[in-house]
Design a protein around this ligand. Structure first.
Ligand code: SAH
Ligand code: SF4
Length: 388
């Protein structure tokens, strides 16, 4: 780490090892870095003058070289169900969103990792927007830093409010791997947020090489967005499948179990009316899961009712269809849950996050072109006998 004369660094960008290196470059010992880290992340403090147990000389040094700054909040929406969505300004016309989901026994923050997303999944509002840029470590952890301390203050709580984090906001977390890892380490660090590995979940559309690396370097809980039982349909819904088909993705999931903090991988499956929700497709999924594991218990399914947005041209599966689909998986021994939709009245539900990004990859144009292919041609990739 080198400090550039005349410019200051944002301490939200540093995990504890990074902060230690910074403090050492200022002639300070590691325990000073721990104190500083605790002030920032456990106390939510951004003003060096308030860090009363740091030597005045260190505080003076820090003033000259560093600052603690989170993104500006552009808006806050509170849903009837208590879900809160924040829109953060990340500069140059880009905005990202984070969502807090309160439940009886936990508080979950859904965190964004990129401004937009380059993956272009058909059913995802972020995907339709295109990609602008990766978020920095400070912008990723800044969402937790802001939300945790904002909520503590407003709820009048001294203890932790956010018990779980999920990288399920805007973006593909594993495509921003180098910024993600320090942010995950800060979430796990006992001097930081002290979350257990089981309570930190990375969700991916299937970047297999990075799944392997995550298992080795920072094995948190893993969710994989599957959405289809075969390559033909998945190629269409999740274009990344063309590069990393199921023959690569499924073994990478099973392999992750060697390192995973839980003994299963969560499989996410967005329920799209007459596209991927037929009985035959559920049976095909069971075969797929059986094929790659010794039993079907290596994964748990989370069925997500599709959250519509105008440009998608897709519909949510009917409730009885979702139940029937779920029953086929459950009857085959696969633990299956149906995700409760939260915050949809404020467009904060899965896949509805859209921030506002400058599309530098023309993904939006590509999807618009692809969307002009009639829905029937998607259906053509679905096995025969499937009810459409
Ligand atoms: N890029 C990562 C994480 C962000 S998306 C990934 O794709 O896994 C988080 C989850 O929301 C994914 O499972 C994604 O498939 C799902 N999702 C996206 N759009 C959706 C929509 N419109 N309705 C329901 N779920 C959606
Ligand atoms: Fe990106 Fe995930 Fe949306 Fe696909 S579902 S476009 S990977 S954010």
């Amino acid at each position: 780490m080198t400090l550039v004369p005349g410019s200051t660094v944002n301490l939200l960008d540093f995990d504890l090892d990074g902060l230690t290196a910074l403090c050492e470059s200022l002639g300070e010992k590691r325990f000073r870095a721990i104190q500083l880290f605790r002030w920032i992340h456990q106390r939510g403090c951004s003003n060096f003058d308030d860090m009363s147990d740091l030597a005045k000389s260190l505080r003076a040094k820090l003033q000259g070289v560093a600052h603690v700054t989170s993104m500006e909040v552009m808006s806050q929406h509170i849903s009837a169900d208590g879900t809160i969505k924040w829109l953060f300004d990340v500069g140059a016309g880009n905005a990202i969103e984070s969502v807090f989901i309160p439940e009886d026994d936990r508080g979950t923050l859904c965190i964004s990792t990129q401004a937009g997303c380059a993956m272009g999944c058909r059913f995802c509002s972020t995907g339709h927007q295109g990609f602008s840029r990766n978020l920095t470590t400070g912008e990723i952890i800044g969402q937790l830093w802001f939300a945790e301390h904002f909520l503590r203050k407003h709820l009048g709580r001294d203890e932790r409010v956010i018990s779980n984090t999920v990288m399920m906001g805007m973006g593909e977390p594993l495509q921003n791997y180098s910024a993600l890892i320090p942010a995950l380490r800060m979430m796990l660090d006992d001097h930081g947020y002290g979350l257990s590995r089981r309570r930190v979940t990375v969700s991916t559309s299937g970047l297999v090489n990075k799944m392997d690396l995550l298992g080795l370097e920072c094995p948190v809980a893993l969710a994989v967005s599957l959405h289809a039982p075969n390559n033909a349909l998945r190629d269409n819904l999740v274009p990344l499948n063309i590069k990393h088909p199921l023959e690569e993705l499924m073994p990478a999931c099973v392999n992750y179990l060697k390192h995973a903090p839980r003994d299963f991988i969560t499989i996410e499956y967005c329920m799209l009316d007459a596209v991927n929700d037929g009985d035959d497709q559920a049976r095909e999924l069971v075969q797929l899961i059986k094929h790659y594991g010794r039993s079907v218990t290596w994964c748990k399914f989370n069925l997500i009712p599709f959250n519509p947005f105008p440009a998608s041209g897709l519909r949510r599966s009917k409730p009885d269809r979702i139940l029937a689909f779920s029953k086929i998986l459950s009857d085959a021994g696969i633990t299956t849950t149906i995700r409760k939709t939260r915050g949809d009245d404020i467009d904060a539900a899965c896949g509805q996050l859209a921030g506002d990004v400058v599309d530098r990859t023309r993904v939006a144009v590509r999807i618009a072109r692809q969307r002009s292919i009639d829905i029937q041609s998607i259906s053509a990739t679905i096995p025969p006998n499937t009810k459409i």
